[in-house]
Design a protein around this ligand. Structure first.
Ligand code: FAD
Ligand code: SIN
Length: 531
């Protein structure tokens, strides 16, 4: 791997092209017309969690039946007591304005016959308040945002550019840095996959918008790009991280062995009245929560997990047979088609479903302006811990979070960007000590091992013994990966593996430190009673 000697200078470096990265880039380009904005993304422009979002975005749109207070309350209840109330209030109250912007940028949300927006419902919501585009809301958002971004002359959009590490005083002053010191971010080292060179991007402002880390588990709804790179890079740069033990498992991924990532059956399907049944056709949610199928995700996922463990069966069912098929097909064309392609006719067949990793509620700490603990490093979206989600994210609050914090970051920069100096003395990537003889298959083996460890020991229900096992095994993988990383030619696969191991280790450590069951975190040793 060659290190390019040139330094790429940009005012704003945006890492990631989901809703958080693209909306930040757009806003910044609109306001700072004379500045340069570079978006780097590790795959195609639209390949990200956002693209696969189905249900939609929550917002209080119809104030005759809904209110900010109700959306705030639903978010706090789902978060199980550890949301930051001030943040929840800010996000919920900002939501209609951010949604209007998304609409003004060309995003099309479904409307009813009378011309009003059609509002869906999902678990944990006391009202219908989800704006959606059929069951492919995220793809529609990506389409609209990318179209806008491509019109901006001051944005450079680089695909297959993989951020390896953030640049801080550690590289610039060549000094080891401590977690508590005031650290500045000066940009990032980036692997240009097509040219096989490492580029150095120096930036006045860096926006980390790298999304989640579902790929640490075997069964996840997240695409292969979700490898926790942002959390791991920020952790190595000594940024503050928290709440990563709160992993959200979606209750209803399609049970289709061999299909990775798992195809999601949107919670909005239950919002339309679909019913969960066990393997033998019996309803079971009443035993677990008065809200039954529309209880919050952590509760429904744990209920299904419990049913599966008790019965030894591989999946439960989602029954849509009693729903109006024409209306169902109109709202969920993608799900209907997917089921049909597997021979499941939702008019008469139940859909086999089981829980899958879906979302990470914690991440890089940010304040309400989207500032991290590192100077000039902002972060937005799934990579963050903003205080909105607490121990369990309320459905359809994630796309919203990305929009709100990217907006806030831009607002904050309007006040301070002119004071930020251009980074000096940023060194180019150091590729000394590299021997190029790594067997690629080792990376594949290790990646599979991380997934197996996390799925077996750090899943929906954890225990002290399981966490200890995970920790011990991950340490071995960490050492093996370090040796590979220090001496092999860099590749995206190798860097992703390093980040998967780091985030897996962080989830395990944070889980060990949590002393009570809340939301998406549940240890059998903390509460022994049956669910
Ligand atoms: P992403 O959209 O994941 O974007 C991250 C970007 O960073 C990608 O472009 C990726 O390629 C890039 N990247 C990552 N690492 C690097 C690196 N090292 N270098 C360069 N680029 C990098 N939420 C809702 O609110 N409503 C829903 O209906 C909904 N449905 C969902 C359905 C599915 C199947 C899934 C998986 C998630 C769903 N979510 C939903 C969650 C939501 O989609 C995500 O949390 C949200 O889209 C995250 O947006 P983001 O911009 O933070 O990250
Ligand atoms: C879904 O459509 O069920 C996903 C919604 C979300 O993750 O918020």
């Amino acid at each position: 791997m060659n290190a390019e000697k040139k330094i790429h200078k940009t005012d704003f470096l945006v890492i990631g092209s989901g809703i958080a990265g693209l909306s930040f880039a757009l806003k910044t380009a609109q306001h700072f017309k004379d500045s340069t904005i570079t978006i780097i993304t590790k795959n195609e422009k639209n390949e990200c969690n956002t693209k696969y979002a189905q249900g939609g975005i929550s917002t209080v749109w119809d104030k005759t039946v809904d209110s900010f207070e109700k959306h705030i309350e639903d978010t706090l209840i789902a978060g199980d007591g550890i949301c930051d109330e001030e943040i929840v209030k800010m996000v919920v109250e900002d939501a209609p304005d951010r949604l209007q912007e998304l609409i003004d940028w060309g995003t099309k949300f479904d409307k009813t016959k009378d011309g009003n927006y059609s509002l869906g419902r999902e678990g944990g919501h006391s009202q219908d308040r989800i704006l959606h585009h059929k069951d492919i809301t995220g793809a529609e958002i990506e389409r609209a945002l990318i179209e806008q971004v491509e019109k901006k002359e001051n944005i450079t959009f680089l695909t297959y550019h993989y951020a390896i590490d953030l640049i801080t005083e550690h590289q610039v002053k060549k000094l080891p840095i401590k977690r508590k010191e005031k650290i500045t971010c000066f940009g990032a080292y980036v692997l240009d996959e097509k040219k096989s060179i490492v580029k150095t991007f120096s930036a006045k402002v860096t926006m980390l918008a790298t999304g989640g880390n579902g790929q640490v588990y075997i069964t996840t709804t997240n695409p292969v790009v979700a490898t926790g790179d942002g959390i791991a890079m920020a952790y190595r740069a000594k940024a503050e991280i928290s709440d990563v033990e709160f992993i959200q498992f979606h209750p209803t991924a399609l049970f289709n062995p061999g299909e990775y990532p798992a195809f999601l059956i949107s919670e909005a399907v239950r919002g339309e009245g679909a019913i969960l049944r066990d393997y033998y056709g019996e309803r079971f949610m009443k035993k677990y929560d008065d809200r039954e199928e529309l209880a919050s995700r952590d509760i429904v996922a744990r209920a299904i997990d419990n049913e599966l463990k008790k019965s030894g069966t591989p999946h439960v069912y989602l029954d849509c047979t009693h729903l109006d098929y024409e209306a169902f097909k109109k709202h969920f064309p993608n799900i209907t088609e997917k089921c049909m392609s597997l021979g499941i006719d939702v008019r008469k067949d139940y859909i086999p479903v089981s829980p899958a990793q879906h979302y990470i509620c914690g991440g890089v700490n940010i304040n309400k302006k989207a500032k991290t603990s590192l100077k000039n490093l902002y972060a937005s979206g799934e990579v963050t811990r903003s205080g909105l989600h607490g121990a369990n994210r309320l459905a359809s609050n994630s796309l919203l979070e990305g929009l709100v914090f990217s907006h806030n970051a831009c607002e904050n920069l309007k006040k301070r960007f002119h004071k930020i100096k251009e980074p000096q003395n940023v060194p180019v990537w150091n590729d000394s000590g590299v021997v190029k003889n790594m067997e690629k298959i080792l990376i594949t083996h290790d990646r599979n091992e991380v997934k197996t460890i996390m799925s077996n020991y750090v899943g929906i229900v954890r225990s002290n013994e399981r966490l200890l096992r995970a920790e011990r095994r991950l340490r071995v993988l960490y050492e093996d990966n370090k040796r590979l990383y220090d001496h092999s030619e860099l590749s995206t696969d190798l860097c992703e593996l390093r980040n998967l191991i780091t985030t897996a280790y962080l989830i395990t450590q944070f889980s060990k430190n949590r002393k009570e069951n809340r939301g998406g975190f549940y240890s059998a040793d903390l509460i022994k009673k049956e669910l």
